[in-house]
Design a binder for this molecule. Structure first.
Ligand code: CA2
Length: 144
């Protein structure tokens, strides 16, 4: 196992900080990455922080986490959380612990957000803490 933690972000999260701050906060994804970089240094970890709007790319990156023997993956799959059996299968396949992260708490929102395919295979979850949730999730990854 290495000290690398993959931080994978799904569709539309590249727009973070531009709209709906009442739900997602006003930090951009770059702000979150900077905070995580600093926390990772403190914890002696290295983060590989990425965002894509494409489901298959997330599947490929989960496979890559296995290939590089990453310590953990923090995954905010955004809307794919609620739809993607492909991501569920990938998480089950890779043998790398995945921590589910959400800025908001989907359980308190529309019913279609109440299902999480990621949660069916993730080892842990952090929801509803905004950008700080990524930091909490990294601390959890350090403790694995
Ligand atoms: O709360 C989260 O982190 C979510 O994963 C965010 C997803 C949503 O589909 C999940 O249910 C919960 C949506 C990300 C959309 O990001 C935007 C950012 C700025 C403006 C509009 C959308």
């Amino acid at each position: 196992m290495t000290d690398i933690v993959f931080v994978l972000n799904g569709p539309n999260l590249n727009l973070l900080g531009t709209r709906e701050p009442e739900i997602y906060g006003s930090d951009t994804l770059a702000d979150i990455e900077a905070r995580l970089e600093s926390k990772a240094r403190e914890l002696g970890l290295v983060i590989d922080f990425r965002q894509t709007n494409h489901e298959g790319v997330l599947v490929d990156w989960l496979h890559e986490a296995r290939e590089v023997r990453a310590r953990a993956v923090l995954l905010n799959a955004a809307a794919y959380t609620h739809t993607s059996i492909a991501l569920l299968d990938a998480i089950k396949a890779i043998g790398v612990p995945v921590i589910e992260v959400h800025l908001s708490d989907p359980a308190t929102r529309e019913a279609f957000r109440h299902i999480s395919y990621i949660g069916m295979a993730a080892v842990d979850e952090v929801k509803g803490l905004g950008a700080e949730g990524y930091v909490v999730a990294l601390e959890k990854a350090a403790a694995l």
